[in-house]
Design a protein around this ligand. Structure first.
Ligand code: ADP
Length: 258
């Protein structure tokens, strides 16, 4: 496979006490730059604007108002890109920011512009870093503009760039027959070929404190990709060199593949 989309969540970029996890930024920069140098085309979908913004402002609770949250996100997105730019530059890798809203699906003209931008960046061996544009897309209120979450956004991005694979990194090492956080006897699935209602029913709970979607949104992303003849791997973000192993074909995490 050549074109790869990698999605990383807030819980993998922040420490448990809400601080930026600089080691993770560094490792991500190292792994993705190395792959890029080896000829892979890499797109990174990164959450974390809210978490990074809260750390920057030294606050521990999300503002209640939506404009308040959007303000933190605006601050955090800027700071997060600053971190990416700096850490990737240590590996001589340039990144570019792409902020998206749902209208790329509604308006073919917008989609065309987005596709052209991705292609131009990848052509220049630059790694696009994608996030939802929280200034425009408002949570819950606006289903026209909001993707819902970055898990589903990453699946849409994988489809529009024609990716060979989406690597979905999480705080969990794969998809289990029941929520392993609350069921120690849960067993890992190595392969899922169809995301049925039965499969969806095995995802429980709301996910981590920092994560937003939990397992449901990851399954929706997988279902979308399977419908579009693409594949997804769900794996743990703790040691990011796992990305090398996945691309070398080792059986790691859960493969969603037909
Ligand atoms: P992230 O923040 O890494 O994007 P989330 O914390 O939102 O991820 O979602 C992953 C969590 O989903 C797991 O840590 C686990 O608690 C929960 N979960 C619920 N059902 C399952 C399941 N069947 N298999 C694996 N994890 C599950």
């Amino acid at each position: 496979s050549k074109r790869i989309v990698i999605k990383i969540g807030t819980s993998s970029l922040m420490t448990t006490n809400g601080k930026v996890n600089y080691q993770q930024f560094d490792r991500l920069a190292y792994v993705l730059s190395t792959l890029n140098k080896a000829g892979k085309e890499i797109v990174l979908v990164s959450s974390g604007a809210m978490g990074v913004g809260m750390d920057k402002l030294n606050i521990s609770k999300r503002p209640v108002s939506i404009p308040g949250q959007q303000a933190i996100s605006a601050i955090g997105q800027c700071e997060m890109m600053n971190l990416y730019s700096r850490f990737f530059s240590h590996y001589n890798q340039t990144v570019g920011q792409i902020l998206l809203t749902r209208d790329i699906i509604e308006f073919p003209e917008s989609l065309k512009n987005v596709t052209n931008t991705f292609d131009a960046l990848l052509e220049m061996a630059i790694i696009p870093v994608v996030n939802e544009n929280d200034t425009v897309a408002v949570e819950e209120l606006d289903h026209q503009t909001k993707f819902g979450d970055n898990d589903q956004l990453s699946a849409i991005v994988a489809n529009i760039v024609g990716a060979d694979m989406l690597i979905m990194l999480s705080d969990i090492d794969g998809f289990y027959d029941k929520n392993p956080t609350t069921n120690p006897d849960a067993t890992l699935y190595h392969t899922i070929s169809d995301v049925t209602e039965d499969v969806m029913a095995k995802a429980g709970g709301e996910g981590s404190a920092f994560g937003t979607g939990g397992m449901i949104t990851k399954l929706k992303a997988a279902r979308y990709l399977l419908q579009h003849n693409r594949e997804m791997v769900l794996a743990k973000a703790e040691d990011l060199t796992i990305i090398f192993d996945i691309l070398e074909g080792y059986e790691i995490g859960t493969y969603f593949t037909a």
